[in-house]
Write a protein that binds this ligand. Sequence first.
Ligand code: GLU
Length: 492
Amino acid sequence: MEKEVRVRFAPSPTGPFHIGGARSALFNYLLAKKSKGKLILRIEDTDLERSSRESEENIKAALRWLGLDWDEGIDVGGPHAPYRQTERLELYRQYAQQLLAAGQAYYCYCTDEELEAERQSLLKEGKMPRYMGRCRDLSPEQQAAFESEGRKPTIRFRVPEHQEIAVRDLVRGTVVFDSDNIGDFVIMKSDGLPTYNFAVVIDDHAMNITHVIRAEEHLSNTPRQCLIYDALNFPQPVFGHISLILGKDHTKMSKRHGATSVDQYRRLGYLPEAIVNFLALLGWAPPGEQEIFSKDELIAAFSMDRVAKNPAVFDLDKLNWIDQHYIRRLSVEEFYELAKPHLREKGYITGRETGKELEWLQRVTATAQEHVAYGAQIPAAVSLYFEDEFPLEDEEAKAVLCDPAVPAVMENFLRELAKAEPEDAPSVKAVFKTVQKATGLKGKAVFMPVRVALTGKQHGPELAAIIPLLGEKRCRKRIEASLAKAGVKVNF
Ligand code: GLU
């Protein structure tokens, strides 16, 4: 029987949850689902200074928001609990002792200053800085002397000399490293905490991980991890290092390129389905031309052999295009829910509206559904329905209202509007027809002044959509105010 595929996402909770992390989580999720295997969520929090529970909570909330549920791990439990590394310290200590006993690791008493001095002198000689093994073969007496000075040792892994380390990688093929370029590295810090490279191996082994899919930046760590696997006689998992994400200018994606955390996109009102769809295409090439994928379609189509070696470019226009696609499929009610936090932030709503008021708000926001790419764009797209105070946009707009025919147009328009109280587009059109007849004017000569008077602008959504939503009273007020701004005297 084929071995069950077990993959893990193992974030360090040290700050905002980056979209690159979400992409690693997604690829692991897709591989797990595709192979009917398991996804494990493990929290790698051994960097006590930089790790926080708040960041862990953010990561979990973001994964849940994206719909990337895990089968085992933090919060949900499982046979390999606990899933937070700081709760597994005893295990790392035991293995470190085992390596010490076998002579595959040793205590190092070098201070930070000594290590830095070594680094500087290697750099001066034009050599690659690495630990040169000063504490490799200390006698028990030398060790005791250091101990009596009060030095707290780290534990270093004894890297074998002249060894080729071959990393089998699903994305990059076999990548070979030379052990002579790797100095003996720390596996346990002087405070008794494991380093990333050590804990990750112990846990991936303990949790029966079969595939380690993670970001390319960890590729250079992998030979160190392979050495630990071998030293402990652990079978190695298969690795897959996914390419970097670059900004459109082909430099590494960073804050300069705009929002980089999942939470920023959530707060901007992007839809989780769109983010998942977009992230999947960031480094994975679907077999055909299709670009819009539901989660189930992604699971069906996904495979690691279509994960690209070359860097993925984060194209915000593409994300917006995908998000717009998903936005258009929302119902009026769902679209309003998306709009709500943004409208509230702008002060347009309280968010507690019900009945007729809610119905009106839903109709208003629906006018923006075809025009926005993400939620935060909604307030600007519907501002005309909320802001009764507006300037005339320019001299040209003002001139439209100063035409001698305008008072008659407005008088007729307001009279007909009061009579008809149009609720829909055809009845608005009927009102305009009547005004045209009464004034003897052609279309534009009637529409344009009404448009400018109602919105301050010469362009915008259909009047037939705007007028029923504003209603007769607000139309009248706006027309009076705009005419006053243009200095046009009327006597309705
Ligand atoms: N804790 C590591 C990180 O967040 C995980 C790397 C790995 O998946 O091995 O970068």
